[in-house]
Design a protein around this ligand. Structure first.
Ligand SMILES: [Zn+2]
Length: 345
């Protein structure tokens, strides 16, 4: 029930409700990840900013540092070393198995979205390198039906886990999602179990996984694979939750605390390991990958390749010893047995 209302928020209504407690509403995600035009208004500091400058600063506000939702293709470019990206499974397409119709047939909606985005699905998957360290990367793109998880997204995540396992590479996931794709009904909800069991298998075989929660990550994605990786990072100010704050407030009939469901709030409560800003992301990922490779029980699937060449030199910032930032490590979360308790439903 909550799932339905959340997904509606994500893919249909989009805009946060007017009025009410301003701060929370301000953080509710919009239908468009970034408004078009030359200028735009920052949803955090309300400043009028030049769009091009925001894009140049990796979709962050030059005034207050607010992290806008980043398109999937830009995320891939921003995360990986130049020229290392190799896309996988892009040929898998969504199907309207249920003949679902809401404002129009789901099949038509997919067709339009594929045409508009130039992608077959919400998850972009592939291989690449982060500062010379090979990874398997999966990025959820919010502009494809609100980054919602249907059969294809679930399948691609499971396939990414397989590739990471077989090739002994760390799995790196970025989420931006309104939750499970309600157009696919039960089939989309089944992806929650499927992705978690794939990650669990990766974990059992000594694999290493990192998930970066970005604005916004909600619904069935938060309640499944996003929260069961070895390390959970978040971007500053990201909205992360299962049901929306309005639904929760009216269910428990209590006022919600300040900053509820934001990354900083989740860090304080222990649901997130580290908050990392976009300009620090690559360095942090590289450090964590090294950390993952030398942890006890890393087994055959240790991801580190003895990095050579110029990449080593350029990544000197990331070449420090084990990270000093406190990272609880995998024993804190480990297997997908924790999934059920982390969804809070
Ligand atoms: Zn701002």
């Amino acid at each position: 029930m909550t799932e339905t209302s959340m997904s509606k928020d994500a893919s249909n209504s989009g805009d946060g409700e007017a009025g009410g407690d301003g701060r929370i509403n301000r953080l509710r995600f919009r239908k468009k990840d970034m408004p078009g035009g030359l200028w735009l208004k920052c949803e955090s500091c309300s400043g009028t900013i030049y769009r091009k400058e925001v894009v140049e600063k990796a979709y962050t506000c030059p005034a207050c540092g607010f992290h806008f939702t980043m398109p999937g293709a830009d995320r891939v470019r921003h995360t990986l070393d130049e020229g290392t990206w190799e896309e996988l499974f892009s040929e898998i397409e969504a199907m309207d198995r249920l003949g679902f119709v809401d404002s129009g047939p789901y099949g038509d909606k997919i067709e339009r979205t594929v045409k508009r985005t130039g992608q077959n699905e919400a998850l972009i998957a592939g291989r690449g390198e982060v500062l010379g360290r090979p990874v398997v990367l999966g990025v959820l793109d919010f502009k494809f039906l609100g980054g919602s998880m249907g059969e294809v997204v679930g399948e691609k995540i499971a396939l990414c886990c397989d590739v990471a396992r077989k090739e002994g590479k760390p799995l790196l996931l970025f989420t931006a999602s309104g939750g499970a794709r309600m157009h696919e009904g039960m089939l989309s909800l089944m992806q929650m179990a499927k992705t978690c069991s794939a990650l669990s298998k990766l974990n059992e075989d000594g694999g290493f996984s990192i998930c970066v929660l970005t604005h916004p990550t909600t619904g069935g994605v938060t309640a499944s694979f996003a929260m069961v990786c070895d390390i959970t990072l978040a971007e500053p100010g990201a909205l992360i939750g299962f049901a929306g704050p309005r639904v929760i407030a009216s269910t428990i009939k209590q006022e919600l605390p300040e900053g509820f469901q934001r990354a900083e709030f989740l860090l304080e409560k222990g649901q997130v390991d580290v908050i990392v800003s976009r300009d620090e992301m690559r360095n942090m990922l590289a450090r964590l990958i090294d950390f993952g490779a030398c942890r006890p029980g890393a087994g055959a699937t240790a991801g580190r390749r003895p990095a050579s060449s110029s990449e080593r030199a350029s990544s000197s910032g990331a070449e420090q010893e084990a990270p000093s930032t406190s990272v609880p490590g995998d024993e804190a979360k480990g297997s997908s047995g924790d999934v059920a308790s982390s969804d809070g439903s």
